[in-house]
Design a protein around this ligand. Structure first.
Ligand SMILES: Nc1ncnc2c1ncn2[C@@H]1O[C@H](COP(=O)(O)OP(=O)(O)OP(=O)(O)O)[C@@H](O)[C@H]1O
Ligand SMILES: [Mg+2]
Length: 378
């Protein structure tokens, strides 16, 4: 089958890599001439709203998908007239706008942080009376990796935050004092059957994901599964979705969902029987989903800004480097490392993870005491 992808970054690249063993071919639209997925298919170097490129893609592809939320909605709407599109444009219409997204969570009975729409400085001041401080101001659309956000610690931050972000419609959210940040990834096929991956515990720094740890048999797995099922069923969704969650004591609050494969699911390449990339492709192609069974401790460390020596990574038992073929640049995701540990004790697993965090330059995380990881997985 022929698969069209909007976007040519690392998610498209890993999807196309997974598709090779399924006998799938790929064509992608990406305006970046150095798109790191380009060598895995036919690259149409064009803007997403280029009608000629859209026509070529829709004529060639059996099904089209997308790898991020910032493709224009109009592009998806017009593509959907011409070719099968999964997830559908109506999913993106919700996912791309934090206000619509949070309202959807509420209508499905899923809790979130307190929030309010903000279109003026007066709106913001008024909303904060109810929401309180600290809070976070976010643009409704176009955010990723913590971009388009401003932390409001006290009253003095309000005017400057509005000055910085206020040209676009915004949302203000209460700051959740979470115990853990989690994500759940699931796949749903064309008949509505679903499979779930073990939930992942995630650690961010400067708004960017740094570390994900797979939590096998977590007590909150069932509740996370139920939440993502509500969202996916509501859309009659086809493909892989990720739902980002905050845990406060034993309660879950939804942050946002991603209608695509997700950074916190990269470890499924090594850790699960079927990776998130393979299951996304299976779902959109109408194939039965693969098992998500994962019995091994696993973690993933993102490589941000720079790539360490591959040899240094490989010297850690159970570590697999993934380099995306992207140029190094501050704040850019240029690769990741997966660590699996079926041949080691919990203490060894934790020690190996600390070593990898140090190799990745995440010394702050490497020094934290939370790394009794494998102990908590069973
Ligand atoms: N209301 C909140 N309370 C506490 N922390 C928050 C809140 N909103 C966001 N954060 C922190 O900032 C991170 C990035 O925020 P969010 O997921 O909303 O933005 P994003 O730009 O879409 O990020 P990403 O692309 O990594 O998913 C979150 O993963 C979380 O660590
Ligand atoms: Mg997020």
């Amino acid at each position: 089958m022929n698969i069209g992808i909007l976007g040519g970054g690392q998610l498209a690249r890993m999807m196309a890599q997974a598709g090779q063993s399924l006998g799938l071919s790929f064509m992608l639209i990406c305006p970046n001439k150095n798109a790191c997925a380009a060598s895995f298919g036919t690259h149409l170097c064009a803007s997403y709203d280029d009608e000629h490129a859209q026509k070529r893609l829709s004529d060639w592809a059996d099904v089209v998908t997308y790898e991020f939320e910032n493709v224009p909605l109009s592009t998806l709407e017009s593509l959907q007239q011409q070719v099968l599109l999964h997830p559908s444009s109506s999913v993106l219409a919700v996912a791309r706008d934090r206000l619509i997204e949070k309202r959807r969570f509420h209508s499905l009975g899923i809790s979130t942080a307190k929030f309010a729409p903000v279109d003026s400085l007066e709106d913001l001041t008024r909303a904060l009376k109810d929401i309180g401080l600290p809070a976070i101001l976010k643009t409704r659309t176009q955010g990723y990796d913590g971009k388009g956000q401003a932390l409001l610690r006290d009253e003095h931050d309000i005017a400057a935050a509005w000055e910085r972000l206020g040209q676009s419609p915004c949302i203000v959210e209460s700051m959740v004092n979470f115990n853990r940040e989690l994500s759940i990834i699931a796949a749903r096929d064309q008949r509505g059957a679903m499979v779930y991956y073990p939930i992942s515990e995630n650690h961010h720094r400067d708004g960017i994901l740094r570390l994900s740890v797979s939590r096998l048999n977590d007590p909150l797995q069932a509740e996370a599964n139920a939440a993502i099922k509500k969202v996916m069923d509501d859309f009659n969704y086809v493909g892989v979705m990720a739902l980002e969650l905050f845990q406060v004591n034993d309660q879950l609050f939804a942050n946002e969902f991603a209608p695509r494969v997700h950074n916190t699911g990269h470890l499924t390449i090594e850790a699960a029987e079927t990776s998130q990339f393979e299951n996304h492709l299976k779902a959109i192609c109408g194939m039965p989903l693969g098992a998500t069974t994962s019995a091994r401790p696993a973690a993933m460390v993102n490589l941000i800004s720079r790539l360490p020596e591959e040899e240094q990574i490989r010297s850690v038992p159970g570590a697999t480097p993934h380099f995306y073929g992207k140029a190094e640049r501050p704040g850019r995701k240029v690769g990741h490392i997966t660590l699996t540990g079926d041949d080691c004790t919990v203490e060894e697993f934790d020690q190996r993870l600390v070593t990898l965090l140090q190799i990745a330059g995440e010394n702050e995380l490497a020094g934290q005491k939370f790394l009794n990881i494998a102990t908590q997985t069973n």
